[in-house]
Every structure is written in C-alpha cells, then in structure tokens.
Design a protein around this ligand. Structure first.
Ligand code: BGC
Length: 393
C-alpha cells in the first residue's frame, strides 16, 4: 500500500493532545461485537484522552468496511482512541451508535449517514456536548451541528461515468441512435443526487438530440433511484424494464449505474433477461471486488475509483486540526504534503440549513486498460497464489 506521509506541522502542533492519548490505556477501542457489553464510562470531558467515534452505515456494502478500517488506523496512528461501529443500514441503530459514542467520551464524530436527514436530533446532542462532527463521504443534512464535510467530487463521478458512455458508443461521431437506461442511487443519500446530476447533465444534450434514447422513459432521479443501493432492487427494476421495453430484437447499448452494487444488479438482470448478444456498456463506482472481476471478464465496462485511504488521511488531519481549536480552510491543504489532489469547497454542499465547507478528492476512471496499473500496481488490490483477488488493508 502506498505510504502517505503525515503532515509534520499538524503532528507537531497537536502533539500535546496526542501524547495525552498515547499515555492512556485504550478502553474505547471497541468494535460492533463487543460494544454492547462495554461499560459506559463517562460523557465527553477533559480526561486527557482523545476519543474518535466512527459511525459507518453498513458492513454489507464493501467499501464501508475498508473506510472504517482506514479511518481507524489513521486516527490510532495519531494517538487517538477509536470507537468504530457499523449501523446495518438502520437509522435507529446509527443514532444509538452515536449516543453510545457521546456517552463514552467522544471528542470527534466521523459519520457516514444511513439517511443523511435522519440524525439531526442526535447531532444536536453531540454539538451541545461540544463534540466536533465531520460528515464523511455523505453529507449530513438538516443540521447546523456539522463542522466539515470530507468526500470526493461527487458530481464529477457522474460526469466520468457519462463521459465513458460517450466515448464507448462514440456518440460524437455517429448518426445512429443508441438505447440507454439509468440506475441511480439511494434517494436518502445526498451523494446520489450529485452522481445523477453529473451524469444526466453530461448526457442530456445527446438525449435531446436523439442520439441517445431511454425506451423506458424513466429518466428522473426518483424514477431511476435504488433504495439502499440494493443490488437486488437494481436487478429487479432492470429486469422489469428489459421485459417491458427490450423484447428480442431490441438492443440496449448502455446501463448507466451509479455505483458497483447497482452495476452488479444490472449485470445479473442482463444475464437473466436480455436475449441479444451485443456488449452492453455498464458503468459503476467504487471498485468492489466482484466488480473488478466483472471488469476483467468484460461484463462491466468501467468503475469510478475513490481512494479511501486518502479520504481517511484528509479526515484524520482535519479532525486533529479541529480538535486543536483550529478553523481549517484551504490552509489545511497548503500546509499538508499530501501526494494527491484535494480541493477546498465552500459553495456546493448546502445541507438545507447551511453550506458546509468541504474537502473534495478526485475520483478516477478504471477500465480494463488501466485496472492493473491503478488498482494492482498501486497496491490497493492483490492476487493470492490461486489468482483470487483481495483488497490490501
Ligand atoms: C458512496 C458510494 C457508494 C454508495 C453506496 C455513496 O454515498 O459515495 O461510493 O457506492 O454510497 O454505498
């Protein structure tokens, strides 16, 4: 795995906090399984520890396991104690996880919401206890308690997917009409609208010109959305579309899927209910292992990869800066020696109550042509002696 050099300046500035943490025995480093039995110690206080609560939405969607693990490592390397919990995609579980963290002395909460708008109450409780809050990857909505947002350029993810379709079908140099369907993400995930917006804004001119057509006529965000980013729901919806609008002899050229879990559903639907033999362009996002196999086997055309180790580096450096009483802005990027690009954005992420300052990393397109170089040679993934692919932690 690529080694990311830490920010020396930040490490020095905040060494007091960290050394305080290092000197104490960790009693907050608990995971989902033993958290229930853990005795609740105290509420947030100046007890010399720095406790970071990391609340991830779900273990079943592959990427959050990796995010959780990268974040835990980053904060622990900085001397913090970590409480890491996964919410099984349940709003109540996530709220309870956060209350547990608050009661156990959390100084900072790093949260990827199951439902971005459902946590306002518990976020208020945290803010009252002077706990800092970073929305991680997904924006926390309807709350003024959120301090910062760390994510990738979510709109650009959709643009990359759409540009891939434009290139693959050579839409700029054709007189033909191609058929496409859309599979969008979870409507309660604010990111899903950005992915959709980036893709639709880029493809709309081709739809207007008649170069692309959507035989199902389902083009709005809600019509194309997939609750909980579910593979099964994506598969079911596309099977219905194929059976209704693509009888034998009618070609589908592309399915623009917002991420890899929905792309898996699309691939399964095509396998089950599509009679023609043409290669169908399928987009995705994340680089989940099943999808990497599908790209290598020619079943999925591309994915958009977002380097979570880098997202966690930004989050940890930002978190330590906030805990040291700083109000970071673009100076955090200037002072860092990150070996990757990151933009500071103060305009695009309004959560319904206020615009949250965001640090946005850059997503990249992965295809059969660069997958070895970008995902294997860089050390994100490897193969065992039997050739099985695994993610390197
Ligand atoms: C993330 C995607 C992920 C999706 C489903 C989104 O919020 O940005 O990377 O595929 O959630 O977990």
């Amino acid at each position: 795995m690529m080694k990311i050099k830490r920010i020396l300046i930040i490490s020095l500035l905040f060494s007091m906090i960290i050394s305080g943490c290092n000197s104490k025995k960790s009693n907050a480093d608990v995971d989902q399984n033993d958290a229930q039995e853990e005795e609740i110690v105290d509420t947030h206080s100046n007890d010399g520890r720095t406790v970071v609560g990391i609340s991830m939405p779900d273990m079943l969607l592959e990427r959050w396991n990796r995010d959780g693990s990268f974040l835990k490592t980053q904060f622990e390397n900085d001397g913090c104690e970590v409480i890491l919990r996964f919410a099984n995609n349940l709003i109540d579980t996530q709220a309870n996880d956060l209350r547990y963290m608050i009661k156990n002395g959390a100084d900072l909460l790093v949260i990827t919401a199951v439902d971005g708008a459902a946590l306002s109450g518990v976020l208020d409780e945290a803010a009252k206890a002077n706990i800092k809050i970073i929305a991680y990857d997904r924006l926390l909505m309807d709350s003024d308690a959120v301090d910062y947002y760390v994510s990738f350029d979510n709109y650009q993810v959709g643009v990359l997917q759409a540009n891939y379709v434009i290139d693959a079908l050579q839409l700029n140099s054709t007189q033909k009409t191609f058929n496409i369907e859309f599979v969008s993400g979870d409507p309660v995930d604010n990111n899903a609208r950005f992915f959709y917006g980036g893709a639709m804004d880029t493809l709309q001119p081709y739809i207007d010109a008649g170069t692309l057509q959507v035989l199902s006529n389902q083009t709005s965000f809600y019509e194309t959305s997939t609750s909980q980013w579910s593979t099964d729901l994506a598969q079911q919806r596309l099977q219905i579309i194929l059976n209704s609008y693509y009888p034998k002899g009618t070609i589908i050229d592309a399915v623009l899927c917002a991420n890899d879990s929905t792309a898996l559903g699309a691939a399964r639907a095509l396998e089950a209910d599509y009679a023609e033999k043409n290669p169908v362009v399928i987009t995705g996002q994340d680089g989940d292992i099943a999808n990497i196999y599908n790209i290598l086997n020619g079943v999925q055309s591309m994915t958009v990869f977002k380097a979570m180790d880098k997202e966690s580096v930004v989050t940890a450096d930002l978190g330590l800066a906030i805990l040291a009483g700083k109000k970071p802005n673009s100076d955090l990027i200037d002072a860092s020696n990150w070996d990757f690009d990151c933009d500071y954005n103060t305009t695009d992420y309004n959560n319904g109550v206020r615009t949250v300052s965001a640090y946005l990393l850059k997503p990249i397109t992965i295809t059969i042509d660069n997958i070895e170089e970008e995902l294997f040679d860089t050390g994100y993934y490897s193969r065992n002696t039997s050739g099985l692919i695994y993610a390197v932690e």
